[in-house]
Design a protein around this ligand. Structure first.
Ligand code: GP9
Ligand code: MN
Length: 616
């Protein structure tokens, strides 16, 4: 009886139990971690326990008078970690990694989006902390008489739980730890705390990788690229030689809005018209990861994949690259980016320098007032309007990218900017989405009319693309209502399509349904300008008659003209029906591109490439 009493009054044990239960509840309520059998459920139940116990065991090594306070601090830190992950997950549908934590430049802006994700009931995340504090203060909980024997017991329980956890995980998911790209699987099987520990280990590994890389490592990548290259399209090669290149990145714009209507009104009336006189790609996918917009920029300029963790703009901005602006500089082009947000968001100011941009027209160059900004920064209409003054002063030919911003989660707008009705699903994010897309469409219309008025239009090719998805899987129910069909994993892959319009004056009026992705834009653009793509690039020219027709996503899903491979399942791309997984075997071979590309970035291998060096 006496022993039992001390057990329930022991701060450490009560804290461990509360933290354990809380973590499991957060798994269930905050994250989307589907389980398909009792073993997976059991893994989920036990996986927080070992990390909680190991951490609390450390307290033994401190003087007894600190035990209560330290236990409380440990509980608080675990709770902050859980809550930060919840906020991040609500916004990004993903878990925090070390590189993401160092993206401090972005925190101010992301703050808006994160605040939109807080709810009054979040107080429950810290309820146990308050409770423990109260019980200790009132003397209901006492510091344990923590003997060496207790410590041994603690460690034995913690180790056994960990071993059982890993054993179950291994039987459910062989080679779990080599699948580092799949954070959901890692969290499901290792638990959120062990996941962070593992992520720390990965971080040290990638840091070491660069130090150990040498010039032999690039050979394999070069060979792969050579073998997979395709001939240019002779009719279009050089068709835009010497012309200005204008790229417009449409924030969070998915392809499903193109041609779609709300209450009889088109969501993208201008784009729909422009498509009639352009090349339009309707099977074009984004390939971004945690670096969102910056990943799309990276893909575009380098034809390399972004990283499985963190944003390459942030983590490898000082690497050697061989980007489009760098190449175009050699052809007399002036390279510039326009964006109405602060210059250090996504570490752009540093990375643009590395990539060979001459100018970055960012927040400081624009007149931003209370009225002309919303959400992350300057609204798209004043953004384009003010950009024109700067563009007019640029030496020609230029390679200029315009990054729009208004259509960003949580899709805020003021009523005077509303040109179309909302969707009516009851999910505010999905409902507002068409309104801000419509606004950006109007901004682009005014900009292109401006280009005509300024006499720049005829001398330019215009490429408009969506940077990444805007509506995450959290909103699948509402999306099902909008699209009138269930969002299966297959449909979810199809939702990763973003618009791509390539406008060459006097050309086009064609919809091209080849499968392509952002990685293909570098060779596509260079070839239109009459420059053959050299060096390492994983994409192929979208206009080539032998274009590869394959897209590899950062989560290792693969789409080809025939198949869609995602979540360990193979689908027929035409029908969306599930087919034997072996059918996707050929398609899955392309996943190796991710690993080759990662080795280039982690090892900074382009420092050994003659092409990259040449342009320094
Ligand atoms: C920020 C803008 C939005 O400058 O590019 O970034 P995102 O959150 O879409 O990556
Ligand atoms: Mn974006």
């Amino acid at each position: 009886m006496k022993e039992r009493e001390s057990f329930v009054k022991n701060t450490i044990i009560i804290t461990a139990i509360l933290l354990w239960i809380k973590t499991y509840l957060v798994y269930k309520l905050s994250f989307n971690l589907p389980v398909s059998n009792w073993k997976q459920e059991l893994i989920l139940v036990i996986n927080p326990l070992s990390s909680v116990l190991f951490t609390l065991a450390f307290i033994y090594f401190f003087p007894k008078r600190f035990h209560n306070r330290m236990t409380w601090i440990v509980a608080l830190l675990f709770s902050i970690l859980l809550y930060s992950n919840t906020l991040y997950y609500r916004f990004f549908n993903d878990f925090i990694t070390v590189p993401v934590l160092f993206q401090t430049n972005n925190v101010g802006d992301i703050g808006h989006s994160l605040i939109a994700q807080t709810y009054w009931y979040d107080i429950f995340f810290f309820l146990d902390i308050l409770l423990i504090g109260y019980l200790v203060k009132r003397g209901f909980l006492k510091a344990a008489t923590y003997t060496k024997r207790d410590l041994t017991k603690f460690l034995i329980v913690a180790t056994s739980v960990l071993v059982i956890n890993l054993g179950l995980a291994e039987s459910e998911r062989p080679q779990l730890l080599t699948r580092t790209f799949d954070r959901e699987l890692l969290v499901k099987n290792l638990g959120t705390y062990n996941f962070h520990l593992y992520d720390l280990l990965l971080q040290s590994k990638t840091t070491a990788q660069k130090a150990l890389a040498d010039n032999v490592d690039i050979v394999e990548v070069n060979e792969y690229v050579k073998e997979n290259d395709v001939p240019v399209n002779e009719e279009l090669f050089g068709i835009a030689k010497g012309k200005n290149v204008i790229l417009i990145s449409m924030e969070s714009t998915q392809q499903f809005v193109v041609g779609e209507k709300v209450d009889g009104k088109e969501i993208t009336p201008y784009l729909n018209d422009l498509i009639e006189e352009s090349y339009y790609f309707d099977n074009f996918y984004h390939q971004t990861g945690q670096g969102k917009t910056s990943d799309s920029e990276f893909l575009l300029d380098n034809s390399l994949y972004p990283l499985p963790r963190g944003a390459v703009f942030q983590t490898h901005a000082l690497n050697e690259f061989y980007a489009t602006p760098e190449i175009l500089k050699g052809e007399g082009y002036h390279n510039v980016v326009f964006h109405g947000n602060n210059k250090s968001f996504w570490n752009r100011d540093i990375m643009y320098n590395t990539l060979g941009y001459d100018d970055f027209i960012s927040e400081a160059y624009y007149t931003i007032t209370e009225d002309n900004q919303i959400n992350y920064g300057l609204k798209d209409r004043p953004f384009f309007k003010q950009s024109m003054d700067h563009l007019n002063k640029m030496p020609q030919p230029f390679y200029a990218r315009f990054i729009t911003l208004t259509n960003h989660h949580p899709y805020k707008y003021t009523l005077d900017d509303q040109m179309i009705n909302t969707f009516e699903t009851g999910d505010p994010i999905v409902d507002r989405y068409p309104v801000t897309v419509r606004y950006t469409d109007e901004a682009i219309k005014e900009f292109i009319e401006g280009l005509k008025a300024e006499g720049l239009y005829e001398d330019s090719i215009i490429i408009i693309y969506g940077d990444h998805y805007g509506i995450s899987e959290r909103h699948n129910d509402a999306m099902a209502e909008v699209l009138g069909k269930e969002i299966t994993p297959f449909e979810n892959v199809q939702l990763q399509r973003v618009p791509l319009v390539i406008h060459i004056p006097g050309q086009g009026g064609k919809t091209i349904s080849k499968v392509g992705g952002q990685i293909d834009l570098k060779p596509t653009i260079l070839h239109l300008l009459g420059i053959k793509t050299e060096g390492i690039h994983f994409g192929t020219d979208l206009f080539s008659k032998e274009h590869k027709n394959v897209v590899v996503f950062r989560d290792r899903s693969v789409v080809t003209d025939k198949y869609v491979y995602t979540s360990d399942t193979c689908y027929d791309r035409k029908t969306g029906n599930e087919i034997p997984v072996e059918s996707c075997e050929e398609a899955r071979k392309y996943q190796m591109e991710l690993d080759l590309s990662d080795s280039v970035i982690y090892g900074d291998l382009l420092r050994f490439s003659p092409y990259a060096k040449e342009n320094e």
